[in-house]
Design a protein around this ligand. Structure first.
Ligand SMILES: [Zn+2]
Length: 339
């Protein structure tokens, strides 16, 4: 099966970690006329391969990227850039997430940062036809005051735009339960949310996330072999956003042979396949499917089920969801007919 041409959808893609090397090089040159690194040198600064030694090395790759995403213009172009990567590999729907507080070094406000990304999404839809939704991340290491400001900005923007939220960052040092107030606030404001949990150990964070009302979990690997948590996830129809390459690179798993996606599917837990960080992880959604297919065959029925479940779990409005479901079903039907 050609994983590039089959229709796909993605829920877990960090905007900053997915900006192309080409755009980063261009932004760096515009922002500093004396910038003289070659494309290969920029790539080394922002990408890891599968031999990435540890999480620290992985996270350091974001420094160069964030430095160049401090204006509305840069954020908007970055958004169009990442969505066009998806459009090129037949991704019909993409959710992008970012932490606006990482983009305030040169005077942007939280609201302005969010609006810039929304403008990029609108432009990508007009120019490329790709549908997308935005997820705004709270970072675990930030103060509650900062979180309140971000939630307030999202609340205001949601009067006109569909925006969801996430909790990201170091889940060992800052367990999920410590953010119950913030999560309860999202819940009370009817802001849809997903939570990073169970990326490297920490099955308790997965359990707590579901107790706090999360219908989607970023990574969720740690619930592998914990039957009680998996039963709970299934009963709550929780969607696990899985990111194979990223999980390999951060040493969350040792090899894809032990990746629990099949285990979760056999336990009737909803899963989606995602890139996490297209540029930092040096991947795209096609490659994620191809890699999984090498570990255990991904046939057309499995790809279709994952894509439909992904759309069903997406944070788009109901009209868009219905339109996308129809589009995916048609695409896979025509695949069957031509086979
Ligand atoms: Zn992530």
């Amino acid at each position: 099966m050609d994983f590039n041409t089959i229709m796909k959808a993605e829920l877990h893609c960090h905007l900053d970690g997915s900006v192309s090397v080409e755009l980063l090089e261009q932004l760096a040159k515009e922002q500093d006329p004396s910038f003289a690194l070659s494309k290969e040198e920029v790539e080394n600064l922002v990408s890891v391969d599968d031999q990435c030694p540890d999480l620290k090395t992985y996270l350091e790759k974001f420094d160069f990227i964030l430095k160049h995403l401090q204006s509305q213009d840069a954020l908007k172009r970055a958004t169009v850039d990442v969505l066009s990567q998806g459009a090129k590999e037949n991704v019909c729907y993409m959710e992008l997430r970012f932490a606006p507080t990482f983009h305030l070094e040169k005077g942007l406000t939280i609201k302005k940062a969010i609006q810039a990304v929304l403008q990029g999404m609108k432009q990508a839809k007009q120019q490329l036809g790709i549908e997308s939704s935005l997820i705004v991340c709270l970072m675990r290491h930030e103060s509650k005051e900062t979180h309140d400001k971000v939630i307030q900005a999202v609340k205001e923007i949601r009067r006109r735009h569909n925006v969801a939220m996430d909790l990201a960052g170091d889940e060992h040092a800052y367990p999920t339960i410590g953010f119950s107030e913030q999560i309860e606030k999202m819940y009370a404001l009817k802001i849809p949310f997903t939570l990073h949990a169970g990326e490297t150990g920490n099955e308790v964070n997965v359990m707590d996330s579901i107790v706090l009302g999360a219908k989607r979990i970023g990574h969720g690997l740690a619930m592998s072999s914990y039957d009680e948590i998996k039963r709970f996830a299934r009963s709550q129809k929780v969607m696990v956003e899985m990111c194979p390459t990223s999980n390999l690179q951060t040493k969350a798993i040792a090899s894809l042979k032990e990746y629990p996606i099949k285990e979760f599917m056999n336990d009737e837990i909803l899963v989606s396949i995602n890139t996490d960080n297209r540029t930092v992880s040096h991947t795209n959604l096609t490659r994620e499917f191809e890699k999984l297919n090498e570990a255990f065959p991904v046939d057309v029925n499995m790809a279709m089920k994952i894509t439909i479940d992904t759309i069903e779990a997406g944070f788009m409005d109901e009209n868009t969801r219905a339109r996308l479901l129809e589009k995916v079903q048609l695409a896979y039907q025509s695949l069957e007919q031509s086979a």
